[in-house]
Ligand binder design. Structure first.
Ligand SMILES: NC(=O)c1ccc[n+]([C@@H]2O[C@H](COP(=O)([O-])OP(=O)(O)OC[C@H]3O[C@@H](n4cnc5c(N)ncnc54)[C@H](O)[C@@H]3O)[C@@H](O)[C@H]2O)c1
Ligand SMILES: [Zn+2]
Length: 359
């Protein structure tokens, strides 16, 4: 990936060898490993072994989206101080998108910035969150409202981590894979469709090429537009409504990917209504999400509860929201939609109908 501060490599499915090499080449005074309880339980021993030469301090944080707060960031700062870290130290973030976003943000701000290495352990983090240098945390008002761009030195996405992921996490991550396909690659959508049951079952051989393609799409897009001035915004497809849904439900009801799946359907339906999206795209998208089992949760929320969260969206620009809407299968376009128009649409649309059949 090319970034303003220098290019960094992304290793997919190459074991943990690249991790030790990346850490060694940073020549740090101290190495701190930030991780969460689940990752530590399943994979701690192997990660610790690969870092043994550096005698890392281990900082454990609570798991899940509800812990993606300023409190947890403070906890990481204190852990870094307690471990004797200074400006020459290195943070290794081993975990899902939550650990990566939090530890990456702590690295961006501790002593005004120390380097870090991302070791994404979830499918979602391997195909999306760990690539691109966005870090941050949530406020009760909205998702990721505080953050910094701070690209890692390297991303080490080892396939072996994925073997212990719960099925629900795998499914949710496939929403981001489908998003990548909707944004840039119809072939990826076909590949997901073809191997859907094996992907959901966590079959490593089926996952490998999918992780590869989705990670490559993300890497290519963020390399051309690191600071999100144009092209990178396309990756926000499904996220305007998705983030609002997460905030409206207290980050407790839906996994990020599940909310994005819902967001993609709602935004696509709006695209159809605005005459930008062909109706067939909505039908195909719904069918594909159903194939990977992402349509079951959807009658559990009311769109009008989501509506007032739209005001906190970062893609707001004055009274408009920049929405990413499909204009063909495997292609999206950016549209400015009046914020109140979107809110009115959400007040009137019915999630269940949207989901099952209608526009
Ligand atoms: N920075 C970005 O560009 C970007 C992009 C997309 C998403 N995100 C963020 O990523 C977050 C979602 O990431 P996530 O889905 O990885 O969530 P997560 O970090 O909460 O991980 C999901 C769950 O899986 C557990 N887990 C992690 N690795 C495991 C493993 N190998 N085996 C078993 N369990 C494991 C975790 O403990 C957690 O309970 C959201 O906060 C989202 O905003 C960031
Ligand atoms: Zn996302």
């Amino acid at each position: 990936v090319t970034a303003a501060g220098g290019a960094y490599p992304v290793f997919v499915g190459a074991g943990l060898g690249p991790l030790a090499r990346a850490v060694a080449s940073a020549h740090s005074s101290r190495v701190a490993l930030v991780t969460d309880a689940a990752v530590w339980r399943f994979h701690g021993e192997r990660i610790a072994r690969s870092l043994a030469a550096f005698g890392p301090a281990v900082i454990r944080i609570p798991r899940g989206e509800r812990g993606k707060t300023a409190d947890t960031v403070r906890r990481i700062y204190r852990g870094l101080l307690g471990a004797g870290c200074d400006r020459e130290s290195l943070v290794v973030a081993a975990g899902g998108g939550v650990v990566g976003d939090l530890a990456g943000f702590a690295a961006a701000t501790f002593y005004r910035g120390v380097p870090w290495v991302a070791v994404p352990t979830t499918l979602l983090a391997q195909v999306d969150a760990a690539i691109g240098g966005k870090t941050g945390y949530d406020l009760p008002e909205g998702k990721n409202l505080v953050g910094a761009f701070h690209p890692p030195r390297a991303v080490v996405a080892d396939a072996a981590f994925l073997a212990t992921l719960p099925t629900r996490e795998v499914r949710a991550a496939l929403a981001e894979v489908i998003k990548a396909g909707m944004v840039a690659d119809a072939r990826l959508l076909e590949a997901v469709d073809r191997s859907a049951p094996r992907l959901v079952a966590g079959d490593a051989r089926a996952l490998r090429p999918i992780v590869d393609s989705a990670a490559r799409i993300k890497a290519e897009i963020v390399s051309t537009d690191e600071r999100e001035t144009g092209l990178r915004r396309k990756l926000n497809f499904g996220h305007t409504v998705g983030h609002a849904l997460e905030a409206a439900t207290g980050y407790a009801k839906f996994l990020h990917g599940e909310a994005v799946a819902a967001g993609m359907v709602v935004e696509t339906a709006l695209g159809v209504e605005l005459g930008i999206t062909p109706a067939a795209v909505l039908v195909r998208l719904r069918a594909l999400l159903a194939r990977v089992g992402l349509t079951d949760n959807l009658d559990k929320f009311r769109l009008h509860a989501v509506a007032d969260r739209i005001h906190y969206d970062k893609k707001r620009s004055g009274d408009d929201i920049r929405l990413i809407l499909p204009d063909a299968w495997g292609s999206v376009t950016e549209c400015r939609v009046p914020r109140y128009g979107l809110v009115r649409y959400l007040m009137r649309a019915d999630a269940v109908t949207l989901w099952k059949e209608g526009v």
